[in-house]
Design a protein around this ligand. Structure first.
Ligand code: FE2
Length: 284
């Protein structure tokens, strides 16, 4: 079985009224190559007549964001002209590539009516060869995400990209990341076979899991060694898991705010290009 290297606990903050747990990076870990960043927003209930999500127009370059809407919704708009409202169970995949500007806010309906909100945003690194690729965005609703059930219905796997237990995901990852959300009913069991050289991204969203014999509480990021292929999971309570795995890029990571490049010079260039309007025009 894969050895657990360390359990990392997120840092807690409020962005306006948005409850935010940052699971990556934290004081104990910078990144898990090629996984760079994870914010876990909520779970919380927004009141009627709220202001919605606080993320107005801002740029990105050199990475990808994958956003999982567990509860509530997100209205995405970007400088390439994409606009969509994705609801609970849906996923947004955005490749920033050479640069775009996006906003993540809430639909008019959510702002008026309020309701439950829980959202995860994961950042994937892009390799040097793809950092300046054309930007891409696609948002898919719950119905479009491939799902499989195992262990007599006690384990449900929603596959975002790559492949998990034989089910293929709907998005294409530039760097071959397998990614999905897994829902366990209490006592649900799952055995995963993951290449030894892959980094595993394992974040317990909710509940409590036994992982290779060790109990992992909610809001924990599990860092594994690279010593075996087997990960055996048993749900000690109803649980939710964000799972990913991929080969590490093994490239230098120079990250500043919304830009993730390989060198300081490239970060400087990103600011220059953004200020020169090369990330596109905001039309909304
Ligand atoms: Fe963003």
């Amino acid at each position: 079985m894969r050895t657990i290297q360390r359990i990392h606990k997120p840092t807690h903050s409020l962005i306006r009224e948005l409850i935010t747990y940052t699971a990556l990076p934290t004081r104990t870990i910078d990144y898990l190559d090629p996984f760079l960043f994870l914010n876990h927003h909520g779970y919380q209930e927004y009141p009627t007549n709220n202001l919605g999500l606080p993320f107005g127009p801002h740029p990105h370059r050199g990475m990808e964001t994958v956003t999982f809407i567990l509860e509530g919704d997100i209205m995405h708009q970007d400088s390439s002209g994409h606009a969509s409202v994705i609801e609970a169970g849906g996923v947004q995949w955005m490749t920033a590539g050479k640069g775009l500007i996006h906003a993540e806010t809430s639909s008019e309906k959510f702002k008026k009516e309020g309701g439950p909100l829980e959202i995860l945003q994961l950042w994937l690194n892009l390799p040097a060869r793809a950092k300046m690729t054309e930007p891409f965005y696609e948002g898919l609703q719950k119905e479009a995400i491939p799902t499989s059930t195992l262990d007599e219905g006690k384990v449900t796997i929603n596959v975002t990209s790559g492949e998990i237990t034989g089910t293929k995901g709907v998005f294409t990852s530039e760097i071959g990341v397998s990614l999905g959300t897994l829902y366990f009913k209490e006592s649900g069991k799952l055995s995963l076979d993951i290449p030894k050289e892959h980094t595993i991204f394992f974040y317990v969203i909710d509940g409590k899991l036994s992982v290779n014999g060790q109990t992992i509480e909610a809001r924990s990021l599990v860092e594994f060694k690279y010593d075996d292929t087997q990960v055996n999971i048993e749900a000690l309570t109803d649980s939710k898991l964000l799972l990913g795995h991929a080969l590490p890029l093994n490239e230098p990571v120079v990250s500043q705010g919304p830009f993730v490049m390989n060198t300081e010079e490239e970060i400087y260039q990103a600011y220059q290009d953004y200020q020169a309007g090369k990330f596109g025009k905001w039309k909304f």
